[in-house]
Design a protein. Structure first.
Length: 351
C-alpha cells in the first residue's frame, strides 16, 4: 500500500515538474519576441506581429497586442488562460471574431478590440465572459449586431461602440446586461431604434447617441431607464418628440438636444424631470416657448436656447425655475419681452 502511495507521489511530482518546465518554456519563448515586465505581464505592442505568438504562459494576467498587423485570432490561442484579466488587441486588422475564441477567459475584466475592421458581432462571441467589466469595440466597421450578442455579460459596466456603421439597433441586442452603466453609440448611422431596445438596462447611467441620424423620439424608446443620468441626443435629425418620451427617467440630470430640427416642444414634454440640472436646446428651429413647459424643473441650473427662432418671451415662462443660474437665449429673433418675464429667477447669474 505504501509503495503505491509513493508511486502516486512520484507521478504527481513528475507531472508538476513537467508543467513547470513547459510554463518556463512558454515564458522564455514569448519573451524573445515581446517585453515581459513580469511572467504575468506580457507586452507585445508595436512589434508588427501578424498573429498572436505562441505559446502563452498559462498564468499570464495581462496581454498587450496593441498596434500590430494581426488579422486573425486563431481558435485556441487563449485556451486555458483562466487567470487572464486584460487583453488589448486594439489597432490591428482583425475582421472576424470566431465563436469560442474567448470562452476560456473566465477571469477577463477588460477586452479591447477597438480600431480594427470588425464588420459583424455574432451571437455567443463573448459567451462565458462573466467577469468582463469593460468592452471596447469602437472605431471598427460594425454594421450589424446580432440579438443576444452581449447576453451573459452580467458584470459588464462599460460598452463602447462609437465610430462604427450601425444604422439599426434591434430589440434584444442589449439583452442580458444588468450591470451596464455606460453605453456609447455616438458617431454611427443610427436611424432606427426598435421599441424596447433599452428596456432591460435598468442600471444604465450614461447613454450617448450623439451624431447619428435619429429622426424621432417615441414615448417608449427610453422607457424603464430608471438610473439614467446623462442623455446625449445632440447632432441628430430629430424633428419630433412624442409626449411622454422622457417620462420614466427619474434620475436624469443632463439632457442634450442641441443641433437637431426641433421646431415645436409639447408643453408637458419635460414634465416630472425633477432631477434635471442641465438642458440644452441650442441650434434648433424653436419658434415659441409654451407657458408651463419648464414646470417642475426645480433642479435645473442651466438652460440653453441659443440659435433658435424664438420671437417672444412671455411673462411667467421661467417662473418655476427657482434654481436656474445660467440662461442662454442669444442668437434668436426676440422682439417682445413681456413684463416680469424673468421674475422668480433669484439665483440667475448669467443671462
Amino acid at each position: 500500500m505504501s509503495q503505491h502511495i509513493v508511486s502516486y507521489i512520484q507521478i504527481f511530482a513528475l507531472i508538476l515538474c513537467l508543467i513547470l518546465v513547459l510554463e518556463a518554456h512558454a515564458v522564455s519563448e514569448i519573451c524573445k519576441i515581446c517585453t515581459c515586465k513580469s511572467p504575468v505581464n506580457v507586452n507585445c505592442e508595436n512589434h508588427q506581429l501578424s498573429s498572436v505568438p505562441q505559446p502563452i504562459p498559462m498564468n499570464v494576467k495581462y496581454l498587450h497586442f496593441r498596434n500590430n498587423m494581426i488579422d486573425k485570432i486563431d481558435r485556441g490561442v487563449f485556451h486555458n488562460l483562466t487567470s487572464l484579466q486584460i487583453v488589448d488587441l486594439s489597432l490591428n486588422m482583425v475582421e472576424n471574431i470566431d465563436h469560442g475564441i474567448f470562452h476560456s477567459l473566465t477571469s477577463l475584466r477588460m477586452l479591447d478590440l477597438s480600431r480594427n475592421i470588425v464588420v459583424n458581432i455574432g451571437r455567443g462571441i463573448f459567451h462565458n465572459l462573466t467577469r468582463l467589466q469593460i468592452l471596447y469595440l469602437h472605431q471598427n466597421k460594425i454594421s450589424h449586431i446580432e440579438k443576444g450578442s452581449f447576453s451573459g455579460l452580467v458584470n459588464l459596466k462599460e460598452l463602447y461602440l462609437y465610430l462604427n456603421n450601425i444604422s439599426h439597433i434591434e430589440k434584444g441586442v442589449f439583452h442580458g446586461l444588468p450591470s451596464l452603466k455606460g453605453l456609447d453609440l455616438r458617431i454611427n448611422r443610427v436611424e432606427k431604434i426598435d421599441r424596447g431596445t433599452f428596456h432591460n438596462l435598468t442600471s444604465l447611467q450614461i447613454l450617448d447617441l450623439r451624431k447619428n441620424r435619429v429622426k424621432k423620439i417615441d414615448r417608449v424608446m427610453l422607457h424603464n431607464l430608471t438610473s439614467l443620468q446623462m442623455l446625449y441626443l445632440h447632432q441628430n435629425k430629430i424633428s419630433h418628440i412624442e409626449k411622454g418620451s422622457f417620462q420614466g427617467l427619474p434620475s436624469l440630470k443632463e439632457l442634450y438636444l442641441t443641433n437637431n430640427k426641433i421646431d415645436k416642444i409639447d408643453r408637458r414634454i419635460f414634465h416630472n424631470l425633477t432631477t434635471l440640472q442641465r438642458l440644452s436646446l441650442d441650434h434648433n428651429k424653436i419658434k415659441k416657448i409654451e407657458r408651463g413647459i419648464f414646470q417642475n424643473l426645480t433642479s435645473l441650473w442651466m438652460l440653453s436656447l441659443n440659435h433658435n427662432k424664438i420671437k417672444k418671451i412671455d411673462r411667467g415662462i421661467f417662473q418655476d425655475l427657482t434654481n436656474l443660474q445660467r440662461l442662454y437665449i442669444h442668437r434668436n429673433v426676440i422682439s417682445i419681452i413681456g413684463e416680469a418675464s424673468f421674475q422668480g429667477l433669484s439665483r440667475l447669474h448669467i443671462l
